[in-house]
Design a protein around this ligand. Structure first.
Ligand SMILES: Cc1cc2nc3c(=O)[nH]c(=O)nc-3n(C[C@H](O)[C@H](O)[C@H](O)COP(=O)(O)OP(=O)(O)OC[C@H]3O[C@@H](n4cnc5c(N)ncnc54)[C@H](O)[C@@H]3O)c2cc1C
Length: 428
C-alpha cells in the first residue's frame, strides 16, 4: 500500500506544518524521514568543519525532540544519509511507494536537492519559512524591494493573514511499516549547547512562553536587545527558528497573544520588525540565488574588491577566528562564539564588520566560519547579514562605519563582556 512521506528539513516541528497537514489529509499511512546531507561532514577548504560541534549538537537535540514527539503519536523518524534524490526513492520503494510532502528551503544547495528529487518522485511542496506568505505580498519575490524599510511597509500590511496550524493528532493515523534505517543515536545529543546559548529543542515552547509572559522579558525588548550579555536581553529564539522547531508564525502568535493581554508597545512592535528582518533575508536569498554567495555580492558594488593580499588575509582571518586580533571587543566576541556557538546580534555585527571592512578579509570566509559555529545558522540570515555588513548587500548605507571605541564605551562600559570572554583586564 502506498504511503505519504513527510520529509523533514529545517522544519523540525509538527505544528504549523503544511506538508504534514497535507500528508494527513491524504488518508494514507504516514512515514517520516530526515536525511543527513553528506556535505554536513565536509571540511571547509579554509580548514574547519562545515558544521561545527555546537551547531551539530543543537540540531541533534531538535531532531531528538521531534523523534520523541513522533513516538508519542505511535510513529518514528527514519534517518537516511546521502543525496535525497537517491536515498529517499530507494527507501520509499521498500515501503511500497507513495508521495513525498515537504517544505522548500531558500538555499541554492537545497533548491538543487529539490529539483533532483522531483525528477524522480512526485513531491508536494509548500513554503513555511516566513511569517508573511510571499503569495500575500503585492509583488513577486523577483521584485522584492532592495531596501528593508520598503519591504517592511508592504509586509506589515499582510502579517497574520495565514493562521498557525495546530499539530495533528498522529495517534489517530496509521504508521507506515518500520524499515530499519540509520539510528538517530548516531547523533550525539548531550544537554544544552553551552553557557551562552539556549538548550536543546524540547525547550523551545517553554522559552517562547516565558519570553512572552505578562511581565516577561519582551516588555523591555527594545532597550535590552543590543546588550552584549544577559540571557533575557533578547529572545534567543533564533536557534529554534533556524531548525524550524518553531515557525515564525508561532512566534508571532505568542507575541500577538501577549499584546492582547498586555497591550502593544514599542517593544512588541520592534520585536515583530525583527521577525520581518528575518523574512526579508529569507526572500532575498530566494531572489538572489547563487549571487548571495559571491564575494562581490549582489549589490553590484566593489567596496571590498581590493582587500588584503591573500597571505595577509589568511593570517588576519586566523587571528580573527582565534580572537587574537588585538581589538578587545572583537576578540571577546570570537572567544564567545567558539566556546558556545552563540553571539548576540550586536557582537555579530561588530565582528563581521571588523573582518570585512577593517581587516579587509573576504567576508565570505567570515560567513563560513559563522555558519560552522552558530547554533542558529541559517543560510539566508547569515549570508544576507554578512553581505549587508560587507557593503555588498541590501544596506542603503554600504559605507557604514562602526567606531569600535564608541561601541565599546556604549555596550561594554565596565568591561564585563571583555572580562567574561577572557581578553581584558582593567588597566592599573
Ligand atoms: C553577521 C551576522 C550573521 C548572522 N547570522 C544569523 C544566522 O545564521 N541565523 C540567524 O537566525 N540570525 C543571524 N543573524 C541575525 C541576528 O543576529 C540573530 O537572528 C539574533 O541575534 C538572534 O538572537 P535572538 O533570537 O535573541 O534575536 P531577537 O532580537 O530576540 O529577535 C527575534 C528574532 O528575529 C530574527 N532576527 C533578529 N535580528 C535579525 C537579523 N538581523 N536578521 C535576520 N533575522 C533577525 C531572529 O529570528 C530572532 O530570533 C546574523 C546577524 C549578523 C550581523
Amino acid at each position: 500500500m502506498p504511503v505519504s512521506v513527510v520529509w523533514f528539513r529545517q522544519d523540525l516541528r509538527l505544528a504549523d506544518h503544511v506538508p504534514l497537514q497535507k500528508a494527513v489529509q491524504s488518508g494514507l499511512p504516514l512515514a517520516f524521514v530526515w536525511v543527513e546531507d553528506p556535505r554536513w561532514s565536509l571540511q571547509e577548504s579554509l580548514g574547519f568543519p562545515r558544521i561545527g560541534p555546537h551547531r551539530r549538537q543543537f540540531f541533534a537535540g531538535c531532531l531528538a525532540a521531534l523523534d520523541r514527539e513522533l513516538e508519542r503519536g505511535g510513529h518514528a523518524l527514519h534517518v537516511l544519509r546521502g543525496e535525497p534524490a537517491e536515498v529517499i526513492p530507494a527507501w520509499l520503494e521498500r515501503l511500497g511507494g507513495g508521495q513525498v510532502f515537504a517544505h522548500r528551503e531558500p538555499g541554492t544547495e537545497e533548491a538543487a536537492q529539490e529539483a533532483a528529487l522531483e525528477r524522480v518522485l512526485p513531491v508536494d511542496w509548500a513554503w513555511g519559512k516566513t511569517l508573511v506568505d510571499p503569495a500575500d505580498l503585492p509583488m513577486p519575490v523577483t521584485d522584492l524591494p532592495r531596501i528593508f524599510t520598503d519591504f517592511r511597509r508592504k509586509a506589515e500590511a499582510v502579517v497574520g493573514r495565514s493562521p498557525v496550524l495546530p499539530a495533528p493528532d498522529l495517534s489517530a493515523i496509521p504508521a507506515a511499516p518500520l524499515v530499519p534505517t540509520e539510528a538517530l543515536a548516531a547523533w550525539p545529543v548531550v544537554g544544552g549547547a553551552g553557557s551562552g546559548g539556549p538548550g536543546a529543542g524540547a525547550q523551545a515552547q517553554g522559552r517562547l512562553v516565558a519570553y512572552m509572559a505578562d511581565g516577561g522579558p519582551i516588555i523591555r525588548y527594545r532597550e535590552t536587545r543590543d546588550a552584549l550579555m544577559g540571557e533575557d536581553s533578547s529572545s534567543r529564539l533564533s536557534p529554534w527558528l533556524a531548525s524550524g522547531t518553531l515557525s515564525a508564525r508561532e512566534v508571532n502568535a505568542a507575541l500577538v497573544a501577549h499584546e492582547e493581554r498586555c497591550g502593544s508597545s514599542e517593544h512588541t512592535k520592534w520585536f515583530r520588525m525583527e521577525l520581518l528582518w528575518r523574512d526579508f533575508f529569507q526572500l532575498v536569498a530566494l531572489q538572489q540565488g547563487r549571487r548571495l554567495f559571491l564575494r562581490r555580492g549582489f549589490a553590484g558594488r566593489s567596496t571590498v574588491a581590493s582587500g588584503a593580499a591573500s597571505e595577509t588575509a589568511r593570517a588576519r582571518f586566523d587571528a580573527w577566528r582565534a580572537g587574537t586580533t588585538g581589538q578587545p571587543l572583537v576578540d571577546a566576541a570570537m572567544h564567545e562564539l567558539a566556546a558556545t556557538g552563540w553571539l548576540t546580534n550586536r557582537a555579530r555585527q561588530l565582528a563581521a564588520w571588523y573582518l570585512a571592512r577593517t581587516l579587509e578579509v573576504p567576508w565570505t570566509w567570515g560567513a563560513r566560519w559563522f555558519s560552522s559555529c552558530l547554533i542558529d545558522d541559517d543560510v539566508a540570515s547569515n549570508w544576507g547579514n554578512w553581505a549587508y555588513l560587507a557593503g555588498v548587500g541590501n544596506d542603503p548605507r554600504p559605507d557604514r562605519h562602526f567606531d569600535l571605541a564608541w561601541q565599546t564605551a556604549r555596550h561594554d562600559p565596565d568591561g564585563a563582556y571583555r572580562r567574561a570572554w577572557g581578553t581584558w583586564a582593567e588597566p592599573g
